[in-house]
Write a protein that binds this ligand. Structure first.
Ligand code: 7TS
Length: 388
């Protein structure tokens, strides 16, 4: 980039793809390309096996009990919308409440706002403290007999906060309230076990875990999925259709109308296998070191302030530099070959909470190195020189 080696520190937005993922997609299109669940011919059967094996890979990676608890979606956004419209909508009446946190990505805010507006319900927000931790006493206070769902991010894309989701789920369940976990920023960095978490739903995106774009998954407890009506409809999600009456497939197929992203699922399975090959402990150790190094280097910069200093953080370092707009920092870093995100990170309420309009965000992945943190620091010093 601009004649420099690329230093890619925008992994929270999307990740680069390992060769294993590219090759799996290439092999699918070259050797096995056909539609799924319909043909008797060999390629169709191979495509179906590849697609359903990918579902098993997601089940294994999330620690789910049953592959039928995995619904393929376009990503986290579509998974949250599916829960909102198919699970929550029929349960949400006038005066009911949906509870989310103050650090949600827009995709875990706007669907609930739309739904609440339609049903005459209220969106409630768990406040966060100055460090970027949810205030758990407030959370408990906000859980009421009117709360129909809690939607909480596991890891914040704007602050890096790792929320105590297991405890939060237990607290909600003690009051009989189901919980959806937005794991878009968690699956790339943490070990996930939906059985241990006991979450009702969990959503993530393939492209943030080194897989392709346009594929992701929703984990949902089987009992919930069985109760839910289709969200979109058409081919592949039916058992029989007549003009009088249509009988839907069982979950998960009921929620996968139309030709799915077969190659995407194949690529996602390869990505999860790749991550498992490295191992979660190694990933966590490596990324923890990068995060600590980057935080120390950023704070050496005069006038720099971290946005998000929660006790437990992962993947993301958000900061502002006194007197230099984040977009200017981002532009100067780009000229040095360093890719960061500058902006509100689709979490405008978080920016408001900290009284800033934008931050610079460096976010880390498995392939980043200490040398790259040095390149970030050099770029930041350059920005400081240009603007001083
Ligand atoms: N939830 C969180 C916590 C996210 O960080 C994102 C995307 C989403 C949901 C939506 O995921 P999608 O794959 O459906 O778009 N976050 C970002 C980001 O931080 N920069 O670009 C996208």
């Amino acid at each position: 980039v601009h004649g420099r080696p690329l230093v890619y520190l925008d992994n929270a937005a999307t990740t680069q793809k390992p060769t294993a993922v590219l090759e799996a997609i290439d092999a699918f299109y070259r050797r096995d390309c056909a539609n799924v669940h319909r043909g008797v011919h060999t390629l169709s059967q191979r495509a179906t096996v590849a697609y359903e094996s990918a579902r098993t890979a997601v089940k294994r990676h999330l620690g789910a009990r049953d592959s039928r608890e995995i619904v393929f979606t376009r990503g986290t956004t579509e998974a949250i919308n599916l829960v909102a419209w198919s699970f929550v909508r029929p349960r949400l009446g006038e005066g009911d409440e949906v509870l989310i946190s103050a650090m949600e990505h827009h995709s875990n805010i706007v669907p609930w706002q739309l739904l609440c507006a339609e049903r005459g319900a209220t969106l409630r927000v768990i406040p966060i403290d100055d460090r970027g931790d949810v205030i758990l006493e407030e959370y408990e206070r906000l859980l009421s007999e009117r709360t129909r769902i809690v939607g909480i991010t596991w890891v914040s894309n704007a602050l890096g906060t790792v929320n105590p989701v297991r405890e939060m789920i237990a607290t909600a369940h003690a009051k009989g309230i189901p919980v959806l976990v937005d794991a878009a920023q968690a699956v790339p960095h943490l070990a996930v076990d939906v059985e241990k978490l006991d979450c009702d739903f969990l959503a993530f995106s393939g492209h943030k875990v080194y897989g392709p774009t346009g594929i992701g998954a929703l984990y949902g407890k089987r009992a919930h999925l069985l109760e839910m009506q289709p969200y979109q409809s058409g081919g592949d999600m039916i058992l029989s259709v007549s003009f009088e009456r249509t009988v839907y497939q069982e979950p998960p197929y009921r929620f996968e109308a139309g030709t799915p992203n077969i190659a995407g699922a194949v690529g996602l399975a390869a990505a999860l296998g790749y991550l498992e090959g490295i191992g979660h402990e190694a990933i966590a150790d490596h990324e923890r070191r990068l995060l600590d190094e980057a935080a120390a280097k950023v704070l050496e910069l005069p006038g720099a302030r971290l946005i998000g200093t929660a006790r437990h953080r992962s993947g993301v370092l958000s900061f502002v530099t006194n007197g230099i707009h984040p977009h200017d920092v981002g532009t100067i870093l780009d000229a040095e070959g360093v890719a960061v995100r500058a902006g509100h990170h689709c979490a405008q309420p978080v920016m408001k909470r900290y009284g800033v309009s934008a931050t610079v965000r460096a976010s880390f992945g498995i392939y980043n190195s200490s040398d790259e943190i040095d390149a970030l620091a050099r770029g930041l010093r350059k920005a400081r020189e240009v603007f001083s």
